[in-house]
Design a protein around this ligand. Structure first.
Ligand code: PLP
Length: 326
């Protein structure tokens, strides 16, 4: 049985047609998962809905997780974990500096997370062990446990409902950034369970890609089982593709294609980050330019909520909280 979820997210998120960025042969659509929560949106919210429910069901009081210093996952866990009543410890390792990463790190602290910096990601496991206590619940990197990934199985089903309701045609492809893999894996399973033929293209933003690709496939199979799929219901290899051409120098390093994609995204009203969405949106635009598919859906995974209330501390969140907890 899956634990009942804590509902921090508001669903369904809208689907929009990006008219100005479409080409004659290919229409570009966007799934607005930047709007999963007014407090802090993006793709980590759907995962945490399930993760926090599981931690609570197990009677844990502390969350222990890890990520890069500017990690959206660490920030989302700090914020929603605290709102759900957990203490949050996060082991953080360095990443290339950017204004965006710096702002996330400030927000982690403002949200009361206890940060444990290490000098390289290789040192993270030892520090995680050092932070271990009996009351702790371990939150996987990027929230990509089976529980977290179930949030994206639901997201796939949500999209299927929007297609049935006529909000968009069935896309040929969904293009989404691939970090820890839970988003792409969960979507692939959800779409398969809904019997759609849409493929999921995971745009690798982490390196080396190979172990992340293998993990994502494994996670999809494991999550399919947990979601009640029978053998044969979900053909992971046919459903999930990986595009490794957009990484550049490595995780967190901006690319020229990413910069160009960010400029074009602004025409469609979207703000991107250099680490994930600039690279995945560049891949989506490339597919539109090639024009061999009719409908491409870019799955937007970055929060568009204002950061000022998050870096300033909890007090300024009160108005938004009051609106959500009527
Ligand atoms: C974490 C993250 C991703 C990657 O999602 P995974 O499920 O870890 O693969 C993509 N985009 C943004 C903005 C993220 O924060």
């Amino acid at each position: 049985m899956n634990a009942p979820r804590l509902a921090f997210g508001s669903y369904p998120t809208p689907v929009e047609r990006l008219e100005r960025l479409s080409s004659e042969r290919t229409t570009l659509w966007v799934k607005r998962d930047d709007l999963t929560s007014k407090l802090y949106g993006g793709n980590k919210v759907r995962k945490l809905d399930h993760i926090l429910a599981e931690a609570r069901a197990r009677g844990r009081e502390r969350l222990v997780t890890f990520g890069a210093a500017g990690s959206h996952h660490v920030l989302a866990t700090a914020l929603f974990g605290r709102l759900a009543g957990f203490a949050v410890d996060a082991v953080v390792f360095p990443q290339p500096a950017s204004a965006h990463a710096r702002e996330n790190l400030l927000a982690d602290v403002a949200q009361g997370a206890h940060l444990h910096p290490v000098s390289t990601y290789l040192a993270a496991p030892l520090e995680l062990l050092a932070q271990w206590r009996r009351d702790a619940y371990f939150v996987a990197a990027g929230g990509s446990s089976v529980a977290g990934t179930l949030g994206y199985v639901e997201a796939g089903r949500e999209l299927a409902a929007q297609i049935r309701a006529g909000e968009l045609p069935e896309p040929d492809e969904i293009v989404v950034a691939l970090g820890s893999g839970g988003t792409a894996a969960g979507l692939a399973v959800g779409l398969a369970l809904e019997k759609l033929s849409t493929k999921v293209i995971g745009v690798c933003v982490v390196d080396p890609a190979r172990p992340f690709v293998a993990f994502t496939r494994w996670l999809a199979r494991r999550t399919a089982k947990s979601a009640g799929a029978r053998p044969g219901d979900v053909d992971v290899d046919a459903r999930l593709e990986f595009d490794t051409r957009w990484l550049g120098r490595g995780y967190g390093y901006p690319t020229d294609e990413g910069r160009r994609a960010s400029a074009r995204a602004r025409e469609g009203g979207l703000v991107l980050d250099p680490t994930y969405t600039a690279k995945s949106f560049a891949a989506a635009l490339d597919r539109v330019d090639r024009g061999d598919k009719k409908h491409v859906l870019y799955w937007h995974t970055l929060s568009s909520a204002p950061m000022a209330p998050l870096t300033a501390g909890l007090a300024t969140l009160e108005p938004a909280l009051r609106e959500m907890l009527r």
